[in-house]
Ligand binder design. Structure first.
Ligand code: ZN
Length: 393
């Protein structure tokens, strides 16, 4: 071993190694773990004993015999521990309680009382406690709380540097929540939290280089490069929605002009539909479902609008492919509901505009929309940090 850590560092690296192998392969015997980790049998036995004692690993069924006695298989105790994920939105909180595989056990969706930081975080704490009580889950078995929110987040400090929707600047979210909850809290940009969850148990399991692009209220990207989330110098990497789609074009919420979001995010789609077609102009509570209904009902103008937006997203993704050469792109978020009239032109433009060869092996996965996908991502973030992350040396 080249690492010169103290024994506890070496031990925690070995621990993470064993946990991640069990996550990727499912059940394994001690011999297989020794082969895969290249650790001695004695070292594997030691690490496994510790993980069983902590209740993270179970001795399950027996495997196929390899001569002699059938080996005992080990697996992760997914249901023995829980995590809570919170997605903070402009007008509501989505909160889920999950097991270690991010399967949702209980959820709550509540309207925000206030967007003032202390009041909002107080509401988060009250909702987490209600969720735990209602589901009869002991807080001793809670690995932690994950919070995902739009904007620029410093995940090391757990600070919201800038939130465009809530108008927050430099809010110490983690510190304020940890003081009250007495459990580890992890805060990250919502798209990065989703990418962390994809990396653990989603399409990204086993992939080293991929992107998660989210469409809906906003447009963003989580970039996984070499098995790690890439954040850039200020934690702001992946602002796909504010890459320029048309220089000097439509005004964007961020203050600039011509951003992709000003054409292809949901508010921009509604706005453009109103501008182009008088029949939508007078509707007061005009929503994306009505746009979809019009497209499905054969409204050619709305179909063309969705196709143009899809194409703009596809071009932006082709640029992303040309810069980062990912093996896969996962498309997620509420915008996936827009369906084929948006997604087909998107994929077509992506493949047409990517540099020769880079899009041939590229896989594009559409993650079906579920209301709790963002909050599950936030739970996945805390599970990744508390259970599966390798210690930094
Ligand atoms: Zn913008």
């Amino acid at each position: 071993m080249i690492l010169k850590g103290d024994q506890s560092t070496v031990r925690s690296i070995n621990r993470a190694l064993v946990l991640n192998l069990l996550r990727q392969h499912g059940a394994l015997g001690r011999n297989e773990l020794a082969e895969l980790t290249r650790l001695s049998s004695a070292a594997v036995t030691g690490v496994v004993a510790e993980l069983i004692e902590q209740g993270l690993v179970l001795e399950a069924r027996s495997g196929p015999p390899r001569g002699g006695r059938p080996p005992v298989l080990l697996e992760l105790a997914y249901d023995a521990w829980h995590a809570v994920g919170v997605k903070v939105m402009e007008e509501a909180l989505e909160i889920v309680l999950t097991n270690l595989r991010t399967d949702v056990l209980a959820r709550r969706h509540v309207a925000l009382g206030s967007t003032e930081p202390e009041a909002l975080l107080e509401q988060v704490i009250a909702q987490v406690q209600t969720l735990l009580e209602a589901s009869g889950c002991s807080s001793e078995r809670l690995v932690g709380l994950g919070v995902g929110m739009a904007g620029v987040i410093d995940p090391a400090e757990g600070t919201c540097v800038y939130s465009p929707f809530l108008h927050w600047q430099q809010v110490p979210v983690r510190r304020l929540l940890e003081e009250r909850l007495e459990k580890p809290v992890h805060v990250d940009n919502d798209v990065n939290a989703l990418a962390a969850a994809e990396m653990l148990f989603g399409q990204g399991k086993g992939a080293r280089n991929f992107a998660v692009a989210t469409v809906g209220r906003g447009i963003g990207a989580g970039l996984v490069i070499g098995g790690e989330i890439y954040r850039g110098a200020d934690g702001g990497a992946g602002e796909l929605g504010h890459t320029v789609s048309e220089a000097g074009g439509r005004p964007c919420e961020c203050g600039k002009r011509g951003c992709l979001e000003a054409y292809a995010a949901e508010p921009a789609l509604l706005e453009q539909a109103k501008e182009r077609f008088p029949e939508f102009r007078r509707r007061r509570r005009f929503q994306i479902a009505e746009l979809l209904e019009a497209a499905e009902g054969g409204h050619e103008g709305i179909r063309a609008l969705l196709a143009e937006a899809g194409e703009r997203l596809g071009v932006a993704l082709a640029n992303l492919v040309n810069l980062f050469n990912p093996e896969m792109i996962v498309i997620a978020g509420e915008g996936v509901r827009l369906g084929g009239s948006f997604l087909e032109p998107m994929e077509e433009a992506l493949r047409r505009n990517a540099f020769n060869g880079l899009a041939q092996r590229l896989q594009v996965h559409i993650r079906p929309w579920g209301d709790d996908i963002w909050a599950r991502g936030a739970a996945g973030l805390t599970i990744q940090r508390e259970v599966f992350a390798r210690p930094r040396v």
